[in-house]
Design a binder for this molecule. Structure first.
Ligand SMILES: [Zn+2]
Ligand SMILES: [Zn+2]
Length: 364
């Protein structure tokens, strides 16, 4: 299997405008490469399709399969949070997209890694993302008033976040107990009188069996720079719109290098799969109640994809603390950390207390 991402030397010139020679960037609103100087537009030429790779083959091949994201890609590491960001010139990285810290390290040639197979291009512009951020700040209850002056678009960085997706066939042998409910009548003495009443009891029997399930495109974040709860709230992603990876999509944007390796991501996938397999076992056991003691899952035909998903990310500082903001680059959904105004909360509690006291006074 040949990687579709070729590393020919002439690739370096591919993002130059054929009209004026300036650098073209991937524009979400144009849906293609765009020259900011003369307005020339160009489609991203995609070859092939988003292919899944054999997991075992890839792990066996080791480092030989690794390539940089683009021939001229540079990388820089944030000394505060440890995130590694890839970008292509003339793009620069001066502020960390995740923690807002200043980047002082000099960029160096990007390390080879598992090349992305698919990318979900940005479809909303930085301006729209910034507007969304502003609206979000205004909608926050109990936010300090000063916060509302803070939303500036230059605080947001458009960055592709790395994910792994896994496919696998599983056959799982399990053992457990099946509980069937039955009713028993018993006689009890209540206030000196004898009464009969029904009691539900469960008869347990040991069971074992086998269940099978195919998993398709289970997404596992390969980043550790964004809190898992924020990432989950950015879902769902319109994965059917995934395009085969082309370095052109990176032009004018950044991409985080994965920090969770391919095999580490697979362990997380197995955790997710295990939960679903246990529910399958319970359904297979039937009866009224089920205990699953032991599941032995066998994974085969494992394949994976490395994909990049579009996020606007930024950090803002308030009251000596840093808060992280993430925005879905397809839908504009905003999530992030926020400060609370103690003053506003105390004021509301006082008002509520006053209303309660008033009601008590009127009705007593
Ligand atoms: Zn041009
Ligand atoms: Zn950082």
């Amino acid at each position: 299997m040949q990687d579709k991402v070729t590393s020919k030397k002439e690739d370096i010139s591919r993002f130059l405008c054929e009209n004026c020679g300036a650098n073209m960037i991937y524009s979400p609103s144009a849906g293609g490469l765009h020259c900011e100087y003369c307005g020339h537009k160009e489609e991203v030429r995609i070859t092939g399709f988003v292919e899944e790779r054999s997991f075992d083959e890839f792990i066996r091949a080791g480092a030989q399969r690794l390539t940089p994201m683009a021939v001229n890609a540079l990388q820089v590491q944030c000394s505060s949070c440890g995130a590694t960001v890839n970008f292509t010139p003339p793009e620069t990285a001066t502020v960390c997209a995740f923690c807002g810290g200043k980047i002082v390290a000099q960029p160096k040639a990007a390390d080879p890694l598992v090349a992305p197979h698919g990318v979900l291009p940005f479809s909303i512009s930085t301006g729209l993302a910034a507007d969304g951020f502003k609206k979000w700040l205004h909608s926050l209850w109990f936010a300090p008033s000063k916060l509302k002056h803070l939303a500036e678009s230059d605080k947001l960085v458009s960055i592709y976040i790395p994910y792994w997706t896994y496919d696998a066939a599983t056959v799982s042998d399990y053992s457990g107990q099946r509980g069937d409910n039955y009713t028993e009548w018993e006689t009890v003495t209540v206030n000196g009188k004898q009464e009969r009443r029904s009691v539900t009891k469960t008869r347990w029997t040991s069971v074992s069996g086998r269940v099978a399930r195919r998993f398709d495109d289970v997404c596992v974040p390969a980043t550790t720079s964004i809190r898992r709860e924020y990432l989950e709230r950015l879902e769902p992603w319109d994965l059917p719109e995934l395009r085969p990876y082309e370095p052109a999509y990176l032009s004018g944007h950044k991409a985080e290098a994965y920090r969770v390796p391919l095999d580490g991501g697979f362990e997380r996938f197995k955790e997710i799969a295990q939960g679903i397999i246990v529910s399958d076992c319970k359904r297979d056991i039937g009866g009224d109640r089920q205990h699953v003691n032991d599941v032995n899952a066998n994974y085969s035909n494992i394949s994976f994809k490395h994909i990049l998903l579009p996020v606007y990310s930024g950090g803002y500082r308030f009251g000596g603390k840093t808060y992280q903001i993430v925005i879905n680059g397809r839908t504009g959904q905003v999530h992030g950390g926020r400060p609370y105004s103690v003053l506003k909360i105390v004021a509301l509690i006082c008002v509520l207390l006053f209303i309660v006291l008033l009601i008590v006074a009127v009705f007593s």
